[in-house]
Design a protein around this ligand. Structure first.
Ligand code: ADP
Length: 661
């Protein structure tokens, strides 16, 4: 076994690998860029080596620096994590040449699976079912149109070098195909410096189900069942679970057998994932093979009881697989949610900044894999993932319930995050039914995500909790007011919970271990609070049922959130509430006349001219951000009055691009 390994990565996955290595008694070396000098993976490793400036191209993607760091520290093997150099055959080759072990597959297997066109050809030859399509590079839009007519719409344009959902477009008409061909090729060129694209049939209502495989250096290959990753946004996974609620035993076995056949055909070793797309009739088609550890590997670990990182290390050290296919047992259910620094209500724009508060949920059946800590920063340089939240249970329902509680109890402050959105996805009846497809988010949140709407019951609970909190604060003020005021306010049972234009008269009176709260003509609720002023998480028992709330601000006004829905309230005495009618109302400025940049990015081009009439849906401008091209379209018919930005401009959020008449 190795005595020291280097982790050629950062963030949560570097921390994840360090954890297992430590348990195995292996020393760890972290590498870091200037932006990561204070990062968690640096703190948690035994040694750390600086490898360059913030930009990945000058640090985490530098093969020479990684090898130099191994030499310097005496690391005998390298775990690449995911992303960065993990699927670069040249990295595995360079390590081998330097006499360092790569904790991953052989370079030839990486190369064979690295190209979507080539890997599909190989899979087809190995007897794996592939999506109907054209396995060749499409030179121009005219050829694309001709081939699309042969395959039949809808089709998908894909970058051969693609990854991370980039360089991919769905087309249902010739017009969409022309535009999709151009933008997929552009995106592929800027992301992968390779603009080769191909076409395949677009599978309707697709589910993304992938098989985890594991091979050793002695020719043994097994599979560890599937993960379903159908909940995606822009082809990026949001929720993953194991097992899949859709597969029956026969389909699982058939997919597993094909995945193993493919792994054997490429001489695979280490952990790998064969991704399939599955249609309504449970026909499955090979998408691609990821020759590395996946982000979502924890769900497989939880249903199999295995540590995939440990197995990867043992396999790299030459050990045999410790189990045969028939020894693999799947039990229980595990779900993973990806917690991102992004703003779901503003089109999921990435958010950056410092985590002023960070309290991940803890408890049984909750696992949080993260690379950050309170006070850490999410920067523009790397992926904006904050953490992976994983829960498990004996059934899908139990794992889901645990996930809902864990999301409610996850406290992140200082930047925008998607916790509320994740809770809203989980709260959908369709999620509970397991009726998933990769269109789930688009169909369940048509027109984007605008924050969850409060059910009547949720609203009633929020009002009751707000009133109880206010009463608790008033009691505290009155107890300590002798020190700050000569006149202690009498507490009084009558309060008004004000939310926007609504006013709810509420009566709050102390009762056994909590308060009796009566709002309007509704039935009285008993509310017991487990909370101290200043704490961001509030546990309340409402009529005996525990709910977890997030609370911000104290005193008179606060924001309460639960299950993805939030309410900002002020709790006033009746006399103060009555005076609100006399307060002036501030009107929001009308911004609909402007096209604002929805994200920080580079203005690639403007498709219109001053004075031009545009129709709703027409392309106005293209902004490139995080290597994705985003086409901005007219929301309604109008005339362009003035163009205020130029191609090449670097834009901040809300910068004005153009003005309508
Ligand atoms: P990447 O390597 O960029 O992640 P994949 O080929 O793995 O790209 O595809 C990512 C996602 O795109 C899939 O999970 C699926 O949701 C969708 N997708 C890919 N190909 C098809 C297809 N032919 N039909 C329908 N959806 C597809």
């Amino acid at each position: 076994m190795f005595s020291k390994i280097l982790i050629a990565n950062r963030g949560e996955i570097a921390c994840r690998v360090i954890r297992t290595a430590r348990r195995m008694g292996i020393k760890t070396v972290a590498v870091y860029s200037d932006a990561d000098a204070d990062a968690l993976h640096v703190r948690e490793s035994d040694e750390a080596v600086r490898i360059g400036p913030a930009a990945s191209a000058e640090s985490y993607l530098r093969i020479d620096r990684m090898i130099e760091a191994c030499r310097q520290t005496g690391a005998e093997a390298v775990h690449p994590g995911y992303g960065f150099l993990s699927e670069k055959a040249a990295f595995a080759e360079a390590l081998a040449a330097a006499g360092i072990v790569f904790i991953g597959p052989p370079p030839a297997a990486i190369a064979a699976m690295g190209d979507k066109i080539e890997s599909k050809k190989l899979a087809h030859a190995a007897g794996v079912s592939t999506v109907p399509g054209h396995l060749g590079v499409i030179p121009d839009a005219e050829t694309a149109l001709r081939i699309a007519r042969e395959i039949g719409y809808p089709v998908m344009v894909k970058a051969s070098a693609g990854g991370g959902g980039k360089g991919m477009r769905i087309a249902r008409t010739d017009g969409e195909l022309r535009e999709g061909f151009r933008s997929a090729a552009n995106e592929a060129r800027s992301s992968f410096a390779d603009d080769r694209v191909f076409l395949e049939k677009y599978i309707e209502e697709p589910r993304h189900i992938e098989i985890q495989v594991l091979g050793d250096a002695h020719g043994n290959v097994i599979h560890l069942g599937e993960r379903e990753c159908s909940i995606q946004r822009r082809h990026q996974k949001v929720f993953e679970e194991a097992p899949s609620p859709f597969l029956d035993e026969a389909t699982r076995a058939a997919m597993g057998a094909q995945a193993v056949a493919l792994a054997k055909a490429v001489g695979y070793r280490s952990a790998g994932t064969v991704e399939f797309i599955v249609d309504r009739e449970r026909n499955f088609y090979f998408l691609e093979m990821n020759t590395r550890l996946q982000v979502e590997h924890p769900v497989t670990e939880w249903v199999t009881g295995l540590d995939l990182v440990e197995l990867m290390i043992r396999i790299a050290a030459g050990e045999r697989l410790p189990l045969r296919q028939e020894d693999v047992r799947l039990s229980g259910w595990a779900i993973e949610a990806r917690v991102y620094a992004e703003d779901p209500v503003r089109g999921f724009l990435p958010s950056i900044g410092r985590l002023t508060r960070y309290l991940p949920p803890t408890g049984d059946d909750i696992r949080v894999d993260t690379g950050i800590y309170e006070g850490a920063e999410i920067t523009v340089h790397y992926d904006p993932m904050i953490a992976k939240l994983v829960t498990r249970g004996a059934s899908r329902e139990a794992a889901t319930r645990r996930m809902a509680e864990a999301l409610d109890a996850f406290c992140i402050r200082g930047l925008s995050h998607n916790l509320g959105f994740l809770a809203a996805v989980l709260g959908k009846e369709r999620f509970r039914r397991g009726a998933l497809s990769t269109n789930f988010i688009a169909e369940e949140f048509p027109g984007g995500y605008a924050g969850a709407t409060l059910s009547d019951e949720a609203k009633r609970n929020l009002i009751a909790v707000a009133a109880a909190v206010r009463r608790r604060l008033a009691e505290r003020e009155s107890r300590i007011s002798g020190q700050v005021s000569t006149q202690a306010p009498s507490i009084g049972a009558q309060w008004v919970v004000v939310s926007g234009a609504e006013q709810h008269a509420v009566m709050v009176e102390p009762a056994a271990g909590g308060y009796q709260v009566t709002a309007g003509g509704a039935a009285t609720q008993h509310v017991a609070l487990d909370w101290r002023p200043g704490e961001p998480i509030l546990r309340a028992r409402i009529d005996g049922v525990l709910s977890v709330f997030q609370i911000d601000g104290d005193g008179v006004g606060f924001r309460l959130a639960h299950a993805g829905a939030a309410m900002t309230v002020r709790v006033l005495r009746p006399a103060a509430a009555a005076l609100l009618a006399h307060m002036p109302v501030k009107e929001a400025p009308d911004l609909s006349r402007f096209l604002l940049s929805p994200m920080p990015g580079l203005l690639v081009g403007i498709a219109v001219k001053e004075g031009q009439e545009v129709k709703a849906g027409e392309e106005l401008a293209t902004v490139e951000a995080m290597k994705m091209e985003n086409v901005l379209r007219a929301e309604r018919d109008g005339r362009v009055a003035k163009i205020r930005a130029r191609a090449g401009d670097s834009l901040a959020v809300d910068d004005i691009i153009l003005e309508f008449a």
